[in-house]
Design a binder for this molecule. Structure first.
Ligand SMILES: NC(=O)c1ccc[n+]([C@@H]2O[C@H](COP(=O)([O-])OP(=O)(O)OC[C@H]3O[C@@H](n4cnc5c(N)ncnc54)[C@H](OP(=O)(O)O)[C@@H]3O)[C@@H](O)[C@H]2O)c1
Length: 330
């Protein structure tokens, strides 16, 4: 039976005002699909890139890539889920800012009973990102307890998960954040050091903290404002992982710079390459679930918005007013 649901969409790329609450008709799931009724939807910076067209998608575009809820129906060939299951996901295509949707089942995972829906909605995209960064995006020779890593925007949604996960791996995470309060939050979540990069030169501070040795790896999601200076925090053969553009896209760089700064490695990873198969998604989700169930990683939700107020959520995220995770409640 077709049913009508509320969903946030953009008809044309633009600011938060481009987001509108529309009514959509959804039907039964086809082969490889499920229908899920959301209890909570996750807010992510990628939603901003999609809204503005920095990451272009066909219009009109339903926003949102993360959610949790109850599976209502499964299509042919779906064996890992059934109607009535609690589930959560980070998934393409966008369209999670809604009451219910029909979507590919591949990236949807059963949510363990111990994890509530809001936590599930907040943690899948961000937690799986931290999983692939710290566990799978490592410098030559790997990461070992006692190693320093630099992680920018450490008090944000991805950032606070990274602080805790790095500590659990025995790493000394140096976090940057845009205020002294945010720095305190990063420290309280397991960062070994925090640098307020609005006031302090993070390159100099990293040198001091590491006794002049610099780092094997930097995880940089701020992009334009930080990336070239992030390279100066690396030791020879170090790895720079640019995984976001919160301040804008990194402009093209001269490859000679990597030679001049010491045979550096650069990667521009995305979660969706890592969760391309059901098997990889489930293995990464199992790792995330066990980190959360053990209490090693706590998912901090500092902002909750009604689904209809998604535009305000975007304004707050872009104005750097948020900390930790944010969820939209349908
Ligand atoms: N490639 C991937 O697979 C992947 C997956 C997930 C997320 N990401 C990226 O990871 C980053 C964090 O995502 P999130 O959803 O957890 O967001 P978030 O960290 O909660 O919010 C972004 C933070 O970036 C910092 N920032 C620095 N310069 C900024 C600017 N000019 N405008 C706005 N914010 C600025 C702000 O923290 P301060 O005030 O402390 O500087 C802000 O709070 C984003 O860049 C996102 O695109 C990438």
């Amino acid at each position: 039976m077709p049913q009508t649901v509320k969903a946030i969409r953009v008809a044309a790329y633009g600011g938060p005002e481009a987001m509108q609450l529309d009514e959509l008709t959804i039907g039964e799931p086809g082969p490889g699909e499920i229908r899920i009724r959301h209890r909570a939807c996750g807010l992510n910076f990628i939603d901003v890139y999609q809204r503005t067209g920095l990451y272009a998608s066909p219009l009109p575009l339903a926003l949102g890539m993360e959610g949790a809820g109850v599976v209502e129906a499964v299509g042919e060939g779906v064996t890992h889920l059934k109607a009535g299951d609690r589930a959560a996901y980070a998934s393409q295509p966008p369209g999670a800012y809604c009451e219910a949707r029909v979507m590919p089942a591949k990236s949807v995972c059963k949510l363990p009973d111990q994890i509530d829906f809001e936590t599930g909605a907040a943690m899948m995209l961000k937690g799986l990102t931290v999983q692939y960064l710290l566990r799978q995006t490592q410098p030559q020779g790997g990461l070992h307890p006692g190693d320093f890593v630099l992680f920018h925007a450490a008090a944000g949604g991805v950032g606070l998960i990274a602080c805790q996960w790095a500590k659990a791996m025995g790493l000394k995470l140096i976090g940057t954040a845009g205020s002294d309060e945010k720095c305190q939050l990063a420290l309280a979540h397991g960062a070994a050091y925090a640098i307020n990069y609005q006031k302090e030169d993070f390159v100099e501070r990293v040198k001091q903290i590491t006794g002049g040795q610099n780092l094997k790896v930097v995880y940089d999601s701020v992009g334009k404002d930080t990336f070239v200076r992030s390279l100066d925090c690396l030791r020879p053969f170090g790895l720079a992982a640019n995984f976001g553009n919160a301040s804008g896209k990194v402009p093209p760089i001269d490859m000679g710079l990597l030679a001049a700064k010491g045979s550096l490695y650069v990667t521009r990873p995305t979660l969706f390459t890592h969760i391309a198969t059901r098997e990889a998604t489930q293995a990464m989700a199992d790792d995330l679930f066990s980190m959360v169930k053990s209490g090693a990683v706590k998912i901090r939700i500092d902002q909750r918005y009604a689904l209809k107020d998604a535009a305000q959520a975007h304004r707050d995220l872009e104005a750097r007013k948020t900390t930790g995770c944010s969820v939209l409640l349908p």
